[in-house]
Design a protein around this ligand. Structure first.
Ligand code: ATR
Length: 274
């Protein structure tokens, strides 16, 4: 970080709890690497205080933007002046840019980061049939980003069927040409299997799907970053699948957050600023 001065742009991450967040360290490092004069700080915001804090941030002229995480990703949507189509579809925002006139523009970058991460590792989702495990926050973001990326079809499998039905309905509304189903028995084998559930985060978790369904040549991908090799990835590898770790999603998303909030090098004009 360069010396903090009156020119330094300020960024925040709003979370509750906040002690575990690692985004500030990563985005401060990204700003340093890009030669951007800015600093990101963690801000502990309880659910009942979000609107007050956001109104204050909106009034801060040196604010570049802020990252939003658990539990605020849904509530923040209504507090933005403008949100991207992806964010509208997912119903969540995780990154907000403050324009020079104080308008707050929100986007959801985790699903887009997942797709960018797959592409960076040489896995192209366009034209592929995908089995998505899960229908929670992360799976929703990934589902809409995959639909946008042009997958050939999307099957959704989730423990709570009502949530997969709801996700399938919203996907079909937004992408009427996309074949979407609920992973019915006898469905054609997918080209890509993605774990968007939280199963695998804890040691001893059961697999999010029956490993006998994995066949050589399939791509099996994780949204979970830690552990790097989940039990699902280990099982997939043993069955001759190509595996895709969760970490590239985070790495790509951090770059996108930096671009979105205008953490550019001094000789570049940040997006939205003239
Ligand atoms: P995140 O924001 O990380 O996606 P979430 O919205 O709570 O967190 O979603 C967690 C996902 O993991 C959901 O799809 C959840 O299934 P339910 O919708 O049925 O709750 C899935 N999940 C969590 N624990 C699970 C378990 N023990 N077995 C199967 N699925 C599980």
């Amino acid at each position: 970080m360069t010396e903090i001065s009156g020119h330094t742009r300020v960024y925040a991450i709003l979370a509750d709890p906040v002690h575990h967040v690692q985004t500030p360290q990563k985005l401060n490092a990204l700003m340093r690497a890009r030669g951007h004069d800015g600093v990101m700080v963690p801000v502990h915001v309880g659910a009942g205080e979000l609107a007050t804090v956001v109104a204050s941030l909106k009034a801060m002229k040196t604010l570049g933007g802020f990252v939003v995480t658990v539990p605020h990703k849904t509530a923040i949507v209504a507090l933005c002046d403008e949100v991207s189509r992806q964010a509208q579809l997912v119903g969540a925002v995780n990154c907000v840019r403050r324009e020079a006139d104080g308008r707050l523009v929100g986007d959801i970058l985790d699903g887009l980061g997942f797709v960018a991460g797959m592409r960076r590792e040489g896995f192209e989702p366009k034209g592929r049939r995908v089995l998505l495990l899960g229908a929670g926050g992360a799976a929703n973001a990934v589902a809409f980003a995959l639909a946008d990326a042009g997958v050939a079809g999307l099957s959704i499998a989730n423990r709570t069927r009502a949530k997969s039905e709801d996700l399938a309905r919203r996907l079909s509304q937004a992408f009427p040409a996309l074949p979407v189903d609920l992973d019915e028995p006898g469905a054609a084998a997918p080209d890509i299997v993605i774990n968007g559930t939280s199963l695998g985060l804890a040691e001893g978790d059961p697999l999010p799907l029956d490993a006998s369904r994995l066949t050589a040549g399939q791509i099996v991908a994780e949204v979970i970053m830690q552990p790097r090799v989940t039990a699902l990835l280990a099982a997939a590898q043993a069955r001759g699948c190509s595996i895709h770790y969760g970490l590239p999603m985070l790495e790509c998303q951090l770059e996108m957050m930096g671009d979105f909030m205008g953490m550019t090098s001094p000789d570049k004009t940040p997006p939205g600023k003239t």
